[in-house]
Write a protein that binds this ligand. Structure first.
Ligand SMILES: Cc1ncc(COP(=O)(O)O)c(C=O)c1O
Length: 393
């Protein structure tokens, strides 16, 4: 197993060979209900017909060009993303981490443009996750991620919802504040609208660039294109990735009108990013999204939340239901990993974050019967765990 590979992943034994919608099939023909979507990625599920047709067509034409040449889709995707986010310009990347890297460089460059190059530091939130490159890792919370790779960039940490600490940190004039409106790896932890608005105001007052990392919460996962739109907050920079090209690797760093011209030619770049194949996939994703997918996310998200809340009432092992839309978490009075493994045996794929949270980030095309099926499976598995532990936990 994993021969010839670096030992960075604890992989499950199953080998998946097929899929359709929210269902995955392993090589023994066993079907799994996919409530993880490749970690909040495969928004259109597996083998979406429109995606299959578009990608087949594009593979038969041009797959790669580099950013030295134009193709019909880059500007179209960028313009549509600007309309959805209220931003003015996009820089395409190949991953969420690279989108964060772009955001950090953009903030530093903006400080140069403004004549305050001494503003080089960053402020980030405890529990945040932004990627693992040296820049993005500097803003990712958790010793286990960071310790072996020091020294990293200078970051001041603030606890979510601690407005007084945020005020103090921003008074020190950093280059940027970086936050996830809903922390994904941090346990599906939603920041309050009040905190998001306070962060916006404080950034404006102190001239700090506000970066929203919506790599996990964005692109419609919460029923709005951006999770921060529920709170009516617009950042200066927003990063997107995961579902945006329906499973193909694409990230994007979007900047507001004031920051759109911050980079000059040659100051940032990528060989692969924004190529014809991924942009074609992003066009399909945006077409399906604009054809009522957000309403579907809201409806299915409400159904799933109601079902999870009913489980929370029934099983004392469940501590709390968290999140919005189809970005939900079930916080337990127990190791979520053990429960996750048991669910997996029963054919339901979820994963575990922050130790005690089952993360549920299914494809947006999950159907109502698939929700009932998954809830039934969850009920059966939760019933097997000792509920009295929960009462003390
Ligand atoms: C909020 C957030 N930011 C950044 C990243 C990094 O994205 P990627 O793994 O595509 O580099 C992730 C990945 O899980 C994420 O959830």
């Amino acid at each position: 197993m994993d021969e010839g590979m670096m030992k960075t992943y604890a992989r499950a034994d199953e080998v998946f060979v097929d899929g359709r919608g929210a269902v995955l099939v392993d090589r023994d023909g066993k079907q799994f209900l996919d409530w993880l979507a490749g970690i909040a990625v495969s928004a259109l599920g597996h083998a979406h017909p429109a995606l299959t047709v578009a990608l087949r067509d594009q593979v038969g034409k041009v797959v790669h060009l580099s950013n030295l040449f134009r193709h019909p889709y880059t500007e179209q995707v960028a313009t549509r993303l600007c309309a959805h986010t209220g931003m003015a310009a996009a820089f395409f990347t190949n991953s969420g981490t690279e989108a964060m890297e772009c955001a950090l460089k953009l903030a530093r460059k903006a400080m140069h443009v403004r004549g305050t190059p001494e503003r080089t530091s960053f402020v980030a939130l405890e529990g945040g996750f932004h990627g693992r490159s040296m820049g993005a890792l500097s803003l990712t919370w958790g010793e286990k991620y960071r310790a072996p790779f020091q020294p990293l960039q200078q970051t001041t940490w603030v606890a979510p919802e601690d407005t007084a600490a945020l005020t103090k940190a921003l008074a020190a004039k950093p280059a940027a504040l970086v936050l996830e409106p809903i922390q994904g790896e941090g346990g599906i932890r939603e920041l309050s609208p009040e905190f998001l608005r306070a962060a916006r105001e404080l950034c404006t007052e102190t001239g700090t660039i506000l970066v929203h990392d919506e790599i996990q919460s964005g692109c419609g996962r919460t029923g709005r294109f951006l999770a921060a739109q529920h709170a009516g907050v617009t950042p200066d920079v927003v990063t997107l990735a995961k579902p945006i090209a329906a499973g193909l690797p694409m990230g994007v760093c979007m900047a507001s009108a004031a920051l759109a011209d911050t980079f000059q030619k040659g100051e940032h770049g990528s060989t692969f990013a924004g190529g014809p194949l991924v942009c074609r996939a992003a066009m399909v994703f945006l077409d399906v999204l604009d054809d009522g997918l957000l309403e579907q996310v809201t409806a299915r998200g409400d159904q799933l939340r109601r079902g999870l809340e009913a489980l929370a009432e029934r099983f004392p092992i469940v501590r709390e239901v968290r999140g919005r839309g189809l970005m939900l978490g079930l916080r337990l009075h127990h190791s979520a990993q053990e429960v996750q493994k048991a669910l997996y045996q029963e054919g339901l794929i979820v994963n575990c974050t922050a130790g005690d949270v089952l993360r549920i980030v299914p494809p947006f095309v999950l159907t109502a019967p698939q929700i009932e099926q998954g809830l039934e499976c969850l009920a059966g598995v939760l019933a097997r765990f000792p509920q009295e532990v929960a009462a003390n936990g």
